[in-house]
Ligand binder design. Sequence first.
Ligand code: ZN
Length: 420
Amino acid sequence: MNATVIKNGRIIDPANQRDAVGDLAIANGRIVADPPADATVIDARGRIVAPGLIDIHVHLREPGGADKETIASGTRCAAAGGFTTVVCMPNTAPAADTPGTIAYIRQRAVEAAAVNVFTTGAITRDLAGEEMAPIGSLQRAGVVAITDDGHCVQNNDLMRRAVRYARMFELPVMDHCQDYDLVRDGVMHEGYWSLVLGLEGWPAIGEDVIVARNILLAETIDWFIHCQHISSARSVELIRRARARGIKISGEACPHHFTLTDEALQGYDTNFKMNPPLRSEEDRQAVRAGVADGTLSIIASDHAPHCPHEKEVEFDHAPFGILGLETELALSWDLVVQKELSASALIEKFTTNPAALLRLDKGTLSVGADADVTIIDPAHEWTYDVSQSASKSRNTPFNGRKLVGKAVTTIVGGNVVWSE
Ligand SMILES: [Zn+2]
């Protein structure tokens, strides 16, 4: 029998309103009530024992981008970061807009993934925003949501029809909120620093307009729309008010948006270029406040690997996106260190909340659940060294950053897949 008992950890399991020191037993890949006599013991004294963390927004780049990342390397990053489940985006090559491509990704995950992988399907064919993808077939192929992430459906009628279809097939819709007319060729937040640096601005209203559109669609169709990587203060406020009215809208925060501002772009370092961009201090504070009060109920990395040769070009020409899986937990743990959020409330954003949105049978330590567990050392001080990253890429703004809090053991289906 393959059995483990994790002893004397602070077990935080928001699904069961549990936050207490105790032992957690695992046998044959599941959480059990009592440890078998021959169980391997893991000492978790002084550590937090949480349900395996979930990241619902990662780019694993397979198929078509294996020079940037693969399902194998991306999920090793996830394991190192404490994540036992990731949800990958459909902007691959080809795009994940047919059952065949979904089947390919799922098969590659079975063969090569270090952690659980769930897939999303496209809203529109080739993410081009022109004709709807076969949403029913994608659902039958096993996607957990639809999104055109990296792109945004501009045609409101098409989006309305897609959300109606998604409702019919009970698939939540996730949206990368970007109005193309307002954003045009913007490469950084439109504000003081874009003026000083002479770079084209990506105004916050380019996000806000689509968030407002999505709130109206979620309300009229009465279906779940999740706004990905929210970066602007006004978007946070729009989502806050809509949720108070009971609308099925949700929002996601990425650690870089609540950690850094556009001031960081002074060196024209393309490792600070992502979409949506780093914004003003007011926006950064608003995203933190939105995370703290539950408006932004999910934290995700938007892990977006790019090769050095792609990033080492003029700022305007570099692709958007940064690595995220390995720094995500520590950057988020800062909210707990700064007393903006309790440990349990933070863990909800990585477990119960994303599991509920995407109806994943994950994110809990209930007896009988899959034994996906993350053991966190909340006091661990460390420095991120991207040269040691499990990723195939190196594009991070956090290289050399001192961090507090780290996953020390990652367990998937009862097996330790990573340990410090
Ligand atoms: Zn995106």
